[in-house]
Design a binder for this molecule. Sequence first.
Ligand code: AMP
Ligand code: ZN
Length: 475
Amino acid sequence: MLYLYNTLSKSKEIFNSLHPGKVGMYSCGPTVYGYVHIGNIRAYLLSDTIRRYLEYIGYEVRLIKNITDVGHLTADDVAQGDSGEDKMLAAALKEKKTPEEIAKFYETYFKNVEKQLNIIPAQYFPRATAHVPQMIKIIEGLIEKGFAYEKNGNVFFDVTKFEDYGELSGNTLENLKVGARLEEHPDKNNPWDFALWLKAPSEHILKWDSPWSIGYPGWHIECSAMSTEYLGNTIDIHTGGEDNIFPHHEAEIAQTECFTGQKYVKYWVHGRHLLMNGEKMSKSKGNLYKLEDIIEKGFSAMDLRLLFLSSHHRSQMDFSWEALAQAHKNLQRINDFVFNLEVISKTEKDGDSFDIVSYREKFEAAMDDDLNTPLSLAVLYEMITNINKQIAEDKLSATDAKNALAFWKKINSVFGFVLQGQAEIPQEIKDLVRQRELAREGKDFKKSDELRALIEKHGFIVEDSKDGPIVKPAS
Ligand code: AMP
Ligand code: ZN
């Protein structure tokens, strides 16, 4: 049974979907005014892991990930997220492009990064700019019901009207009044209210007609509009990084629940931040690495995937090259393991029987416990160690290798690794390695040496480790 930590209840809850066998999931996607960085990737990998594991246990998942192509109006350290510069606009001016060109460029970049990380694409990536009519409809409804008010072409949500405000983040009205830095706006009734619609200054490029002014939507309303449009009024799971908890998700709950009169999200799942020297990696601070920076240093997107899966999503993670190097080694070990299984599975070898069931149970127990990926990887490593022992003692049978390979494929539907090593080794080389293994088994060392030479002639080297043969392209 899957347990998920719900930010709303601050506890691990049993996961039950709203509709049998189906899960509706919404993940806050990128703001496309700059390159996606590896901190963002950590957040997208979390939603990918949730989705992959839900599919593993038999759910059909519909994932929606928005593209924020309207500027976030947010000075990062200010409370409600409706002041500061428009970052889309700033990027457009700086790069001498239109906001549409900027958005399209960075959206393509983001999708390419997700592809390299083997993140399964969302079923749909709605763009905020294509959903302004839906946002306007919600804002109109909120005004009608008395939850929002308009002044001078600006519309604000009246936080005092929503009793549960603060339940997600702990920033209740009482706490806000004493603690937070709040944004003053001459048209706000109270500083803790947040913007739903803002009148555009004349230099603003992205603006739309509305019943209140020519303007643009506040940041939070886009996710309410797009999630309800594609997933209905109540959704199973909503994810994001921890910075999304407040103000973004708190505001989403307030405006959506006041508009629909229904519960908005059943499970809120947030990933903690990726840090750089103790500080949040962020676009606005510029203390970031992009995927290219990782690749330039000789690592792969899969090394990064493994690094992120090696820590739990509810722990902050300080990025380090040493940890990435360790992830690289671990991935190589997985690579070699799978290759060996492939080789042995094609032989006629008998041997002792190897118990896969206990590993399956441990893997699922780890994942069921709030998606404990570090533990589920530890289960895999334990299995590798034990299978390698069997191989070294020449005891692993072809049937066991086949079963282990089938199990690997199943759990890798959750880990999502693309093993480059395998892909690089052509089938004919794998066949030669297999023939060489057979020759060695039959103690025909002359033939085994000839086959090694032939493999080398094809540009590959084969090493006999205690874990079985390891084949690599000769470098
Ligand atoms: P943004 O493009 O800034 O709106 O962020 C897109 C997603 O990445 C959101 O879910 C953020 O919460 C998440 N995110 C941003 N920075 C980090 C970070 N340093 N570590 C983890 N997640 C992050
Ligand atoms: Zn969002």
